[in-house]
Design a protein around this ligand. Sequence first.
Ligand code: SF4
Length: 87
Amino acid sequence: MAYVITAACIDVKDRACVDVCPVDCIYEGDNQLFIHPDECIDCGACEPECPVNAIFPEEDVPADQKAFIAKNRDVFGSDTPPGRPKK
Ligand code: SF4
């Protein structure tokens, strides 16, 4: 289980979540942030920090956002994986 960043982050990338993640497992892609599913320790610190409510525990991701569970995982295996967030 991991936390998942969904569509509301697209083109917002507020990055407030980045500052509170104790294990630095939130990365930045072209148009949204992603949580590395194997590095996330499920602490929940990021969820209330997001101003657009884009972050959910995996089991609570809304039905119309379920594709983002795979997206947050698969993006790290892509040719252009997300990098360290830019401040
Ligand atoms: Fe980081 Fe905790 Fe959020 Fe996982 S749940 S991304 S460890 S702040």
